[in-house]
Design a protein around this ligand. Structure first.
Ligand code: AMP
Length: 591
């Protein structure tokens, strides 16, 4: 039997209340609560098609790509049916790579957040056996692993799969092309006969069909159909970005594309709020709409978008359903949609009323395959684009600035008064008119007009280093600073010592300014500063990357090299300096 995932209305006119919910699919309490936390609004096509048969105990053969939501499609029903009282592994997910295995593990953990005491263990080659063995001894419910290492454990008798109830083969075609065919057969053959099997694959070549014929029992075949097409008056481009680069990419695109109004799509409700907030902080008139927002508020927001009070709307698919605003010249898929129908619907929000529209999709390197699926389903190619450069942004800013001068010059009646004031200033201050014009421009603009390429590079590098350090820490690494730790607003802080103090006549704000500027740090990143006779102590984030620390080490304050290094607290304090001293000796560094 073959079922096709439901096709949502391509023109976006579908009524939101007709949408299938996760509860409609048969999921209950703790799993639903976890989905609500994660912020998914509606099941993706593959989820809607896969979850009911898996809950009913049927085997499933699914054609699905990464990025369609297939992890939740198998993880949610497994969690729903897991018996937490049993200590032996009940579910085994096989994935081609360690990276994917870890991702699946993390997803399981998020979806099990309300299920209490579900243990999920990743098992992959390259990791020591010790950790895996002790976790197995403690008892796990779900094992996610690469086939080779699972077979090793089976051979050693260290993994007991006799109580296995669910087996998932994720990205089966990849596993075969990586040479895991024999391992898969070994695993499939040495697990209980009556287990339920779900096999997912992006393609269905003959070996996969053979595998499924041998090991799956009357499986439900599931294929996500894409039968839709996007309008031809919309140019469609894509930009390959990492998740962490998305916000910067979005702000640059908003500047250079210069659309009247833009709609930005994210995958989750939480993300709409986060992105809208960040855009507002960067000076955009932006607001979020999602399924949690009351209808009255939604209508108000849409009205503002229509009237021009708002320029950017950050939305989820459900919230933007049926949205019809002529001003929308640009659609940005901040996250790619989970199915091609949603893509078509999103892109259909621009190019209304016969106008030309533009759509830009952010694609992370792992999602490239999904891009191909979109192109195939919409029968239109997406053209690659580059991240707008600093020069592109500056060119746009200059043009806009020139235009604003031209426009103001045209306001004959209003400008005369100012002409007299300027003439008066020039006559009394002996300053060339062009300098006065420049000063007025600065006053009107409130700061520099153009981006500084070098400063941007330092900032981006800092953010990239910082992300890498944070990711490293999340994986269990530790900052190798050797200094003393404290916390600032939840962030781990380390005390550093710098070689300038009262003797050099430094003040906290100089230290703050120098460190923030040279290190590319936000002012909020610099914690307490205490000034002593020959040195000062300053609290900085513990995860500062090596590159930033090097740059800071070369920084000068009042002409003196600051020689920043972690404070070990072991030195004899210089005369007159009391480390930490009386309360109040440490001056709060933030402003
Ligand atoms: P996957 O195909 O499982 O790798 O999932 C791709 C991405 O889609 C992940 O970031 C998921 O968190 C997200 N996702 C999965 N299901 C949904 C859903 N129903 N709504 C929104 N996002 C989802």
């Amino acid at each position: 039997m073959t079922s096709e995932a439901p096709d949502s209305a391509a023109d976006g006119s579908a009524d939101a209340s007709a949408t299938t919910t996760f509860a409609d699919l048969g999921l209950r309490g703790p799993v639903l609560a976890a989905i609500a936390d994660v912020g998914y609004e509606t099941p993706s096509a593959i989820q809607a098609a896969t979850i009911p048969p898996l809950l009913a105990g049927r085997d499933v053969l699914g054609t699905a790509q990464t990025g369609t939501g297939k992890t939740a499609a198998f993880a949610l029903p497994i969690l729903e049916r897991l018996d937490r009282e049993r200590g032996r592994p009940q579910a085994l997910v096989l994935a081609p790579t360690r990276e994917l295995a870890l991702q699946v593990c993390e997803a399981f953990e998020r979806y099990a957040a309300h299920s209490g005491g579900v243990h999920v263990l990743p098992i992959y080659g390259g990791q020591g056996y010790g950790v895996q063995l002790s976790a197995l001894r403690r008892g796990v419910h779900v094992v996610v692993g690469t086939p080779g290492r699972i077979v090793d454990h089976l051979g050693k008798g260290t993994l007991d799969l006799s109580g296995l109830r669910f087996l998932v083969l994720d990205e089966a075609d990849e596993m075969l092309s990586m040479g895991f065919a024999e391992d898969l057969e070994t695993i499939l053959g040495s697990t209980p006969q009556d287990k339920q099997v779900a096999l997912f694959s992006a393609t269905m070549p003959a070996p996969i069909r053979r595998l499924s014929q041998t090991y799956l029992r009357d499986p439900e075949h599931i294929a996500v159909a894409g039968r839709t097409q996007t309008a031809t008056n919309v140019t469609q481009r894509y930009l390959v970005v990492s998740y962490a680069q998305k916000l910067d990419a979005l702000t640059r695109i908003l500047e250079v594309e210069d659309a009247e109004a833009t709609i930005v799509f994210t995958r989750t409700k939480n993300e709409t709020e986060v992105v809208a907030e960040k855009l507002r902080a960067r000076g955009h008139a932006a607001a979020a709409i999602n399924g949690d927002i009351q209808q009255v508020q939604r209508e108000k927001t849409v009205k503002q978008l229509r009237s021009g009070d708002l320029d950017v709307l950050v939305a989820t698919d459900v919230a933007a359903r049926g949205l019809d605003v002529d001003r929308i010249g640009l659609v940005v898929n901040y996250d790619l949609p989970i199915d091609t129908e949603s893509y078509v619907h999103r892109v259909g929000r621009t190019g209304r009323a016969g106008r030309a529209g533009r759509a830009i999709s952010f694609v992370t390197p792992r999602e490239r395959r999904l891009l191909t699926a979109i192109e195939k389903a919409t029968r239109q190619p997406l053209t690659p684009m580059h991240l707008p450069s600093v020069e592109d942004v500056n060119a746009t800013r200059l043009t806009r600035f020139d235009d604003s001068i031209t426009e103001a010059l045209g306001r004959a009646g209003e400008i005369d008064q100012f002409r007299d004031i300027v003439a008066h200033y020039v006559a009394h201050h002996d300053v060339p008119e062009v300098d006065v014009a420049a000063a007025l421009a600065l006053a009107a603009h409130g700061g520099p007009l153009l981006l500084d390429a070098e400063a941007e590079q330092v900032r981006e590098q800092f953010e990239a280093d910082r992300r890498a350090a944070t990711e490293g820490r999340q994986r269990g690494g530790k900052a190798a600073h050797g200094g003393r730790d404290r916390r600032l607003g939840g962030a781990a802080m380390t005390t550093y010592r710098i070689a300038v103090g009262r003797r050099h006549k430094v003040e906290p704000r100089q230290i703050m300014g120098a460190i923030a500027n040279e290190g590319g740090l936000g002012r909020g990143d610099v914690g307490a500063i205490s000034i002593h006779s020959g040195f000062s102590l300053v609290d900085l984030p513990s995860d500062l990357p090596a590159g930033v620390l090097r740059r800071l080490g070369r920084t000068r304050i009042s002409g003196q090299l600051i020689d920043l290094r972690p404070d070990t607290g072991r030195r004899a304090p210089a005369r007159g300096a009391s480390r930490g001293g009386a309360p109040g000796a440490r001056k709060g560094g933030q402003n």
